[in-house]
Design a protein around this ligand. Sequence first.
Ligand SMILES: Nc1ncnc2c1ncn2[C@@H]1O[C@H](COP(=O)(O)OP(=O)(O)OP(=O)(O)O)[C@@H](O)[C@H]1O
Length: 642
Amino acid sequence: MVTACNMSELHSSPKFSFQDNQSQDDSSPLEKTFQDKVHIEETPKYPFERDATPLPHEDVEHSHEPSHPLPRVRSPIQVNDYVDHKLAEDRYRSSAAKNFEPISIPNSQIPSEDEDEDDHISSQASTAFRSKDNTSSIHPLYKFDLPSNEEDSDDHHQESKPSSPSVLKTVRGFPSSEDLIGDPNDPYRRTRRAPSKSDPREIPSQFIFKKPDHKHHHSSHHHHGNHSNSSSLSLKSLLHSHDKHDKSDKHEKHHSSLDLRRFFKSHQKSDKKGVSKSRSSSNIQDDHFGLFKKYGKFGRILGSGAGGSVRIMKRSSDGKIFAVKEFRSRRPSESEREYARKVTAEFCVGSALHHTNIIETLDIIEENKKFFEVMEYAPYDMFSIVMSGQMTLPEIYCCFKQLLSGVAYLHSMGLAHRDLKLDNLVVDENCNIKIIDFGSAVVYKYPFEADIVEATGVVGSDPYLAPETLTKKLYDPRAVDIWSCAIIYCCMALRRFPWKYPKLSDNSFRLFCIIPPTKGDFSEEEVLKSIKDRGLVDPGHPSYKPPNTQQRSEHQVHAGGKQEVYGPWRLLRLLPRDTRAAVLHMLDLDPVRRYDIHSVFADDWIANISMCHMQNNKVIRSPTHLHNLVSPEGSPYPHVKR
Ligand SMILES: Nc1ncnc2c1ncn2[C@@H]1O[C@H](COP(=O)(O)OP(=O)(O)OP(=O)(O)O)[C@@H](O)[C@H]1O
């Protein structure tokens, strides 16, 4: 069966083509030598004054060297529709998150508040904590507690968020939100179109496709860039399946990526013991002659998760290496069409994206009722690099900005990833960070449309989850990506997760949420109640009750008699001072107030990061740092510094 995706609609839209030169230069062939391609930028925009220093950072106050490993986070959480507390609790208990060591700041390392204000807080971040009597200087995070006309109701919160009213500066490299909105009077807008026909008899004959005949069709594939072939699955129909607002088409709604991921999750165990692991690679090659002929022999497994397993393939004709994802098998409960649709959704999204910081998705092949997605291979991975403990600050900043560049491109294309995490970032030989795994991606905006299509479902990985995914039936998936990026940054800088799970029942997260008692007029109980009532965070276990003052003092005694540090400062103080303002705004509990990608790029710290990038097919390396390239365990690629 040929499963081709009609990408022409997306590609032909000038408003959806990314304007950055980088996007054209993403070839980075592995066979080229590094020296041929590398060009060191002569005049850095923002040279660092000091030599790069390994973690722990010199300019991080009271740096807390972690003693526990940062575990990989594999399976995205998928909960149907709205949050089911019991399921979420079970999920939490059984998740890998219980092995994490969230950041816990010893009381002995807590600076006094005067010390905080005088010495440590960056100018922007400090305004969040200095307010005592003046409400205008209270950080937005806490403003909801005040009687205010700006108060949003939950209903309002769930309405479509206007696209980026907070664009602060024109951000070089991607179109502004205004560019993406399109003409509100466009007669072809999704909202103005007639609902699609649900009765099969009303469908014009040219749109009726024959059922695939698998008996006579053992091997087929789809080439990237050749989208005009017979199309049993168009991107249009795929995107339509993500449209939760189209109530007229329940069938389409059923085939969302949410289902895909939830399905993966519930079968993860059997997948792990599945075909690719239990059989020798020679058997697999016998079964997949077409794939083998085109992309060479299977090599070692690079990783496996809920969606399937990823292997290396090496083509003998030119020695080129590919990463090939063998999607999980079809479930007995799924029809072949349903399965094909779910599996190819990831391919369709991936193959529509072309940017230095996004993995290039090259091909999809179906053989023996199995699907193989062929991707560019990136030999290093961010998780191993971070855990090597050798990243320098400029290197971390470069990686973070590259991640943000990929996210900016993705958002400019009307897509959101929803499962951004260290494990979904790989690195090529030219030190380009690449986002992988589009199995949870959703369309948040259609070409030429103004409306934002909100996402639904608890999708993501525990410590990277934005709190609203647990509390809101509908949420803006872009805001979720921004939150996850900030968590990734914290992981890179601290080699720890800030918390296991964004719920008030998680002590680290609860402490992050509450206002420092000495800095405002509100008790901890009031603050927690307010954020809970507004649906900004999940209270967690039903038996949880916010501690009263008495309980807090008991806790203090128990914790050594020292005062607890509350609020975002608890986390921010561990981070380099220049970075705190951006992190604070990216981790705003309120997704409406949270920085969007434009505001992130407008932040002084981010704007001034000297970043390695591609230009006219050449690697432009920042002079401020080298990259530690570490490949996952078992890889023949040695640890190199470039
Ligand atoms: N193009 C690639 N180059 C190198 N390694 C890759 C590539 N794609 C995937 N991998 C490796 O394979 C692992 C699994 O890939 P992927 O995340 O796509 O699978 P998944 O089944 O969707 O996982 P999850 O359950 O986390 O969503 C990754 O964590 C990464 O280590």
